[in-house]
Design a protein around this ligand. Structure first.
Ligand code: HEC
Ligand code: HEC
Ligand code: HEC
Ligand code: HEC
Length: 508
């Protein structure tokens, strides 16, 4: 009897969700989606990216937005659990003493944000130990060591979360968690995705902590199909993995929905349109009006894609199946106010901490090695080369430090690096409280340190007379200068007085 009514409920649901958005509670229906499914959200390889730097238009990522995505699902009444697959806290290891100050504070903020998002389990990765295991443990996250298991409540079901670095470890943990009543088992895997295929008793593997996820070609994420589906999420919080599970009335296995391919095709088509628009928005020298227009269109398209994806998903999700979706954390999405506050507090604190540290322990930059040049700052070039300044002063490079000040990030080591002259180089900036004469991206960021040249005053002593693309990409990285293209960017830093356009006589 019970079985039969549940079956009817499931059929009703399939019929009514088909037309609606994935998260909208089916008001007209006697059965709400909450009663028939649950969602598992997974982040992976966040690598310390609490929020994007804002260096390019429409940058993806940010825990405030990720929290809002999860919160929206929960607010619609669908039970949703959240877990992290590791390498969340730091981008790398080997921090110097001055860097550790801000890194520690950021890791705390990430842990606080995770808690606000009601994290159910974190499988820590090697990068999470960048400041040592004691510090990691002090963050009091719900850690899940390799081979360990956790049962999370998702409405009337239990989700089993297991972790490990070998298939055998996952198999053993999965058996344990099934025996304790897990209806769906997610494995957080810290090794090559292919190796997870041999695991048994697991419904879905999330492979993380692999170098290949960073800067990977596939953008939002990818799903490898095999004996067990293996998902990989785009790094640095640019997407979050969403798994919708409809366990169905019977206790049988829950399989990847047959309509999964439709969801992927829909997302891909929309994603390509979005990318085109994003590229247009990223073009250098857009007028403010054009930018506003494109911004609005981007916003529209982001919402449209979310709607279409949710529809495709609702159609695909039949009882006894699950669907996998990589939700891009788009700039146009709203922020969760609670997590936003955690990030704002972190921003404020880290500025104070870094400034205090610099005043107390800061050291001037070491002198240059014998025979090598030091940075002297752009003003030292002006007397002999007034003309390039007429061009340079109009570029963004000449106000790069003011840009940081305007967002109160001038005391951030992870920001000043590309927004000042000679960061951590002889004659450059080695403490955030002493930047006089080294603010902004200067002549020497492109031409090389000039102490020898300013004295000798001949062309021979210029380290990089014609800086090429490899110099630019030292700062214009794929992550923060998404649309960088040497051919279109270069002309914007050159012009009459600076560049090949004028003859030698007027150069100086
Ligand atoms: C790896 C080098 C690098 C780092 C680190 C970096 N930036 Fe940038 N930033 C850039 C580059 C390059 C641009 C210009 C990008 C473009 O126009 O394509 C930029 C542009 C910006 C802009 C936009 C300026 C404008 O008016 O258009 C802001 C704001 C900004 N950065 C803030 C930050 C903050 C805040 C941080 C630290 C969280 C940071 N940056 C760290 C390289 C960097
Ligand atoms: C004392 C005067 C003097 C100062 C100061 C000076 N330069 Fe020069 N610079 C010269 C002369 C002279 C040349 C060679 C003639 C020319 O190309 O104009 C030159 C050439 C150059 C060239 C072209 C090299 C080539 O092979 O075409 C670059 C680039 C350059 N300087 C950059 C700088 C930068 C950057 C600074 C500041 C750090 C600087 N200069 C400061 C005198 C100076
Ligand atoms: C030391 C880091 C650094 C290097 C090296 C660098 N840039 Fe930039 N670039 C920046 C930053 C930071 C900004 C954003 C400045 C702002 O608006 O605050 C920027 C902005 C720009 C912009 C857009 C702003 C504008 O002027 O309209 C262009 C174009 C650009 N860079 C071109 C280049 C090219 C071409 C090269 C190499 C020849 C280069 N940059 C090398 C850091 C760098
Ligand atoms: C974003 C990188 C960048 C910055 C910043 C930059 N330059 Fe250049 N500069 C170049 C490039 C690229 C060339 C070579 C152009 C060409 O192909 O002839 C050049 C050429 C020059 C030359 C020799 C050619 C000429 O006709 O002027 C001088 C001198 C020079 N720069 C001085 C300066 C001075 C002084 C500053 C600071 C005010 C400065 N540059 C800032 C990239 C830069």
């Amino acid at each position: 009897m019970q079985l039969r009514s549940a079956l009817i409920a499931a059929t009703l649901l399939a019929a009514c969700t088909r037309s609606g958005s994935g998260d909208a509670p089916a008001a007209a229906s006697p059965v709400s989606p909450a009663a028939t499914r649950f969602v598992v959200f997974v982040t992976a390889d966040l690598r310390g990216q609490i929020a994007p730097c804002g260096c390019s238009e429409a940058m993806r990522g940010g825990l405030g937005k990720t929290a809002a995505i999860i919160g929206k699902t929960r607010a619609s009444g669908i039970p949703a659990v959240f877990v992290d697959a590791g390498d969340a806290l730091f981008e790398r290891t080997g921090f110097a003493a001055d860097e550790a100050v801000g890194e520690r504070r950021r890791a705390q903020a990430i842990a606080d944000a995770f808690r606000a998002m009601r994290i159910g389990a974190q499988f820590s990765g090697p990068l999470d130990d960048a400041l040592g295991p004691d510090f990691r443990r002090s963050l009091a996250l719900p850690e899940l060591g390799p081979g360990q298991t956790r049962l999370l409540d998702a409405g009337r079901w239990k989700v089993g979360v297991v972790s490990g670095t070998s298939a055998a470890e996952l198999t053993e943990a999965a058996a344990k968690v099934r025996a304790s009543g897990a209806r769906f088992v997610v494995a957080l895997f810290g090794a090559a995705p292919a190796e997870a295929q041999a695991a048994r008793g697991v419904d879905l593997v999330v492979a993380a902590q692999a170098p290949e996820t960073v800067g990977a070609e596939w953008d939002d994420g990818r799903l490898l199909r095999g004996a067990i589906p293996v998902a990989q999420v785009q790094s640095r919080g640019r997407s979050v993995l969403r798994v919708d599970v409809s366990p169905g009335p019977q206790g049988g296995p829950i399989e990847l929905a047959r309509g999964q391919g439709d969801i992927e095709r829909e997302l891909k088509a929309q994603g390509q349109r979005l990318d085109l628009l994003r590229r247009e928005l990223g073009a250098v020298g857009l007028s403010p009006e054009r930018k506003r227009l494109l911004d609005a269109r981007l916003h529209e398209l982001v919402l449209r894609r979310e709607q279409l994806a949710a529809q495709a998903q609702a159609t695909a999700l039949q009882p006894g199946t699950f669907t996998v979706r990589f939700v891009p954390v788009e700039a146009a999405l709203p922020e969760d106010p609670g997590v936003q506050k955690i990030i704002a507090d972190y921003d404020r604190d880290v500025a104070q901490l870094n400034l205090a540290w610099a005043k107390e322990h800061g050291e001037p930059c070491p002198p240059p090695a014998r025979g090598e040049a030091a940075y002297v700052g752009s003003e030292a070039c002006r007397s002999c080369h007034p003309n390039p300044f007429t061009v340079y002063d109009k570029t963004g490079h000449a106000k790069a430090y003011a840009t940081l000040e305007s967002v109160q990030k001038q005391y951030r080591l992870d920001c000043v690096a590309c927004h000042v002259v000679g960061f951590q180089q002889a004659g450059g900036v080695c403490r955030v409280d002493q930047v006089d004469g080294r603010q902004n991206v200067g002549c020497e960021n492109c031409h090389g340190p000039g102490s020898i040249h300013v004295v000798d005053g001949t062309a021979k002593s210029v380290l990089r007379p014609k800086p090429g693309p490899n110099v630019c990409v030292g700062c214009h990285t794929a992550e923060n200068s998404i649309h960088f293209d040497y051919a279109t960017y270069l002309p914007r830093v050159l012009g009459p007085g600076h560049g090949a356009v004028v003859g030698t006589a007027t150069r100086r």
